[in-house]
Design a protein around this ligand. Sequence first.
Ligand SMILES: Cc1cc2nc3c(=O)[nH]c(=O)nc-3n(C[C@H](O)[C@H](O)[C@H](O)COP(=O)(O)O)c2cc1C
Ligand SMILES: C=C(O[C@@H]1CC(C(=O)O)=C[C@@H](OP(=O)(O)O)[C@H]1O)C(=O)O
Length: 388
Amino acid sequence: MRYLTAGESHGKQLTTIIEGVPAQLRLLRDDINESLIRRQGGYGRGRRMKIEKDLVEITSGVRHGYTLGSPISLVISNDDFKHWTHIMGEEPIDSDTEIKRQITKPRPGHADLNGALKYNHRDMRNVLERSSARETAARVAAGSIAKIILKELGIDIVGYVKQIYQIEADDQSHLNINDKKKRSNESPVRTLDQKQEQAMMDAIDQAKKDGDSIGGIVEVHVEGVPAGLGSHVHYDRKLDGRIAGSVMSINAFKGVEFGVGFDAARRRGSQTHDEIGYDEDRGYYRATNRLGGFEGGMTTGMPIIIKGVMKPIPTLYKPLNSVDIDSKEPFQASIERSDACAVPAASVVMEHIVAWEVAVAILDQFTSDTMDQLKEAVSNYRERIRLF
Ligand SMILES: Cc1cc2nc3c(=O)[nH]c(=O)nc-3n(C[C@H](O)[C@H](O)[C@H](O)COP(=O)(O)O)c2cc1C
Ligand SMILES: C=C(O[C@@H]1CC(C(=O)O)=C[C@@H](OP(=O)(O)O)[C@H]1O)C(=O)O
């Protein structure tokens, strides 16, 4: 399974084309929309999210609510495009107007300057339109299909905020990933302690008031994965490596860790590795899950636990020093709008990106022309490793 995305932030639409989804998967527009709506939410976002109402149109690959096995195309319109037709239209404009509208002031922390240098764009709009995290809507749309495949196989996945700025969610906060009875139709959620939630919102408000921005840490749990997904035999088949690369590709993500992660540097082996046990019902299991569900690039069968760190948003209302690429003079830019913090939205993005990589590993490993074949193959495999 693979996908491509296309679309500029203020262009007409985002497009995702996904190839390799098994036939006969039940797929409804509303299931994708649920994920898109979750991504748009979260405290700290700017005015743009009030303009957009991300809803998907499925334009190929699905008939009467089921996938056909052919490429699936998904379209999300940019409602903001109507305000940008003169700037983002495809028609040529006269060179005077073009020069007047050029963006020549790169923001530290964004892709503006590097993209301009590389592609020889004097107008940095040609960079920022595609480097914008607007594109994550298209990726979440793809990931929502991966999540539906995983759900059919009894695999649940949830992403949540672990830390915003200096406020950490305490480990007692309740993760109801397996509370299926109560919330059968909803995605599993982690409920933050109300005081911590308020403290996080206060930190976002304060950063905004100061013309600044903040980042944080998000965590993703995947439960119900069988042992042995991925492979040790070649570097690019190691599933933890693939997931890490994908998480790092999310806009503004600067680090990834599995299980105890960087803390392993301060631990001894006896405090790091997970002892192996066996019982007939569960098969092989681990007494602990310090390594976050991976050994040798393969799943251990324990929950996958991954953290990703997001840096503070680069566009600042009280901007940092930079240099105008035309005049070469220093400037401090005035900003129209930006998010002050997008960590809650990023937790939804990371959840879908991890779901994608896990689903790809499963489809690589098992017969998957149809959902029935896939379910049977995964079930036979689970039984084989239980008795191994
Ligand atoms: C959900 C989400 C929303 C974002 N919103 C903004 C924003 O409003 N303004 C901004 O400057 N950067 C925003 N970013 C971050 C930039 O897209 C990102 O920093 C930029 O593309 C440069 O890439 P890099 O930080 O990965 O190096 C957002 C990121 C995410 C994941
Ligand atoms: C549009 C989205 O996020 C955008 C990501 C983004 C950036 O620079 O990454 C900048 C902002 O865009 P604008 O300049 O239009 O306000 C965010 O709103 C979205 O998440 O759907």
